[in-house]
Write a protein that binds this ligand. Structure first.
Ligand code: FES
Length: 162
């Protein structure tokens, strides 16, 4: 029973979020990407109920929204944690110890890369070069860049954002 009402509450939030995004852009399907970016930022992922509601509100096929949502890396069709830790594994970062940074992050968070902690606090991801090679190895926490990250610094970062 509690699960059903939680689901209904989440659905109501999704419907309200979609309605706001559509209203902000006057229901223009040409602004689909912008709406998806805003919804991704608000919900941290794009659940199928959200995509269905958006398709209905805009009067566009579901397939069109899925095509966009699966093409761009900015969108996620799986739940993400409150914080996303992204370890750069581009060449310069690899040379300067990115593999060890990933291993330490996996050990501390108890998840593998690409996974989210059960408490939904953290998602651990690896990314290609983020354009800051001189300060490799680089880790992003949300939109914050951290350079010359050591294994000890990973622990400090996790504590800082916890
Ligand atoms: S390889 Fe990591 S910032 Fe360029």
């Amino acid at each position: 029973m509690a699960e059903a009402s939680e689901y209904e509450a989440a659905l109501a939030e999704i419907r309200a979020g979609v309605a706001r995004a559509v209203a902000r852009h006057r229901g223009d399907p040409g602004l689909l990407i912008q709406m998806l970016l805003e919804l991704q930022a608000e919900f941290r992922w794009l659940p199928e109920e959200l995509i269905a509601e958006l398709a209905r509100a805009l009067g566009v096929p579901l397939a069109r929204i899925y095509r966009v949502a699966t093409f761009y890396k900015a969108f996620s069709l799986a739940p993400k944690g409150r914080h996303v830790l992204r370890v750069c594994t581009g060449a310069a970062c690899q040379v300067r110890g990115a593999a060890l940074v990933v291993a330490v992050a996996e050990q501390l968070l108890k998840v593998a890369r690409g996974e989210t902690t059960p408490d939904m606090r953290w998602t651990l991801e690896t990314v290609n070069c983020v354009g800051c090679c001189p300060i490799a190895p680089v880790v992003l926490c949300g939109d914050d860049y951290h350079g010359k990250v050591t294994p000890a610094a990973v622990r400090e970062l996790l504590a800082k954002y916890a």
